[in-house]
Design a protein around this ligand. Structure first.
Ligand SMILES: *Cc1c(COP(=O)(O)O)cnc(C)c1O
Length: 377
């Protein structure tokens, strides 16, 4: 089945006597059990039918065997870290989501885990950072906010030859555009708060895996730590997911139009997007992904002007996050990446990030244009 069809055609109500056409919200914490019977569900922390359906839908989209929905993207990342043991070493990308950086720097040492931040676009840097105890390589590609591209296939090979796992945080692109498991990754992580739910109304996370041992471990961690996604959030996530293709295709088209506008703008100094031929990772990205995503980062070399854009745009809401229906603008240095010390950041304070929504492209361009010129900078 083509995935356009798959998004909306699935059994929405396995076993429900009333055959509702939309998955019911099983807003219950417990299920009656039969002693000695085959009780698929007994307690919602361990399993809930609404959650099962959204997990199965996301597993299909990522071509994984199983998915596990968590209360947030950070809970999903923490579950993946939970696969490791005291003394293990992690190689993580050096341009990660700020919250991931915080988890890795501030929560791992007390658990006896070690992390090295490495430019994962550079395979010789990876080779140098590898230790016998490296058990996990964790990347984002494109990375955030600089949109650096790492080779999923090459990193999977490096990880596997060192008895380590490759985990890809695929939040930026969604499985509509990139499917890391097909390229050799062992684990895919999502913040479902972004594209998967798509409406900015739910906080969620997902881990997708395709090997029996990882499936068993993730199920155990989800139940033992009590970090699973609640029924209502699962229901919202499932509802949002049905329009993933429509949203992403529309948002990507508009993103391309806005990139063209910015390319011709005298105040824009450097644009970061794998859509641009001069991006060092453009060719690699085109091989491993079907599109360029819905985010654009750019510099103005003028912090006051960048701040003016943030303050004066009207359609672009000043907000962290991305992958929502409405367009957002942010200054990562002050917002999503503020928890990373400025000397550890590899981007400048004037970097602006746009997340493109489903509005009319010309309206968005007009909004940027008036914000660029509304004062005398
Ligand atoms: C937002 C985000 C996260 C964290 O997800 P939450 O749902 O906010 O906990 C992790 N990784 C990336 C790439 C993100 O954008």
């Amino acid at each position: 089945m083509n995935r356009w069809t798959q998004l909306v055609h699935f059994d929405p109500n396995p076993g429900d006597p009333h055959s509702p056409n939309t998955t019911p919200l099983y807003q219950t914490s417990t299920f009656a059990q039969t002693l000695g019977g085959d009780n698929q569900y007994d307690y919602t922390r361990s399993g809930n039918p609404t959650r099962t359906i959204v997990e199965q839908q996301i597993a299909k989209l990522e071509e994984g065997k199983a998915a596990f929905a968590f209360s947030s993207g950070m809970a999903a990342l923490n579950a993946v870290i939970g696969l490791l043991h005291t003394g293990d070493h992690i190689i993580a990308g050096d341009d990660l989501y700020g919250g991931t950086h915080r988890l890795l720097t501030k929560r791992l040492a007390q658990r006896g885990l070690h992390v090295s931040f490495v430019d994962t676009t550079n395979l010789s840097a990876i080779a140098q950072a590898l230790k016998p105890e490296t058990r996990l390589i964790l990347i984002e590609t494109p990375s955030n906010p600089l949109q650096k591209i790492s080779s999923i296939k090459a990193l999977a090979d490096v990880a596997h030859s060192n008895d380590a796992l490759l985990a890809v945080d695929n939040t930026f692109l969604s499985p509509w555009i990139q499917q890391p498991l097909l390229l050799g990754a062992d684990i895919v992580i999502h913040s479902g708060t972004k594209h998967l739910s798509g409406h900015g109304d739910v906080t969620a996370g997902v881990v997708i895996v395709n090997n029996a041992d990882l499936i068993a471990q993730c199920a155990f961690i989800q139940n033992a730590e009590g970090s699973a996604l609640a029924p209502f959030e699962s229901w919202l996530l499932l509802r949002g997911l049905k329009t993933l293709g429509l949203r992403i295709e529309k948002q990507q088209r508009t993103t391309a139009q806005i990139i063209s506008y910015l390319q011709n703008h005298s105040h824009v100094k450097k644009i970061y997007s794998p859509a641009l031929a001069d991006h060092p990772g453009a060719a690699l990205h085109a091989k491993q992904a079907k599109g360029n995503g819905t985010l654009i980062s750019f510099t103005t070399d003028n912090l006051a002007l960048s701040k003016q854009l943030i303050n004066k745009t009207q359609l672009f809401v000043t907000s962290v996050s991305f992958g929502s229906l409405s367009s957002l603008i942010s200054l990562p240095g002050d917002m999503s990446h503020a928890s990373i010390k400025s000397e550890e950041r590899n981007f400048n304070a004037d970097l602006v990030r746009l997340s493109i929504g489903i509005e009319d492209p010309q309206d968005l361009i007009n909004d940027l244009e008036q914000a660029f010129y509304c004062s005398t900078i």
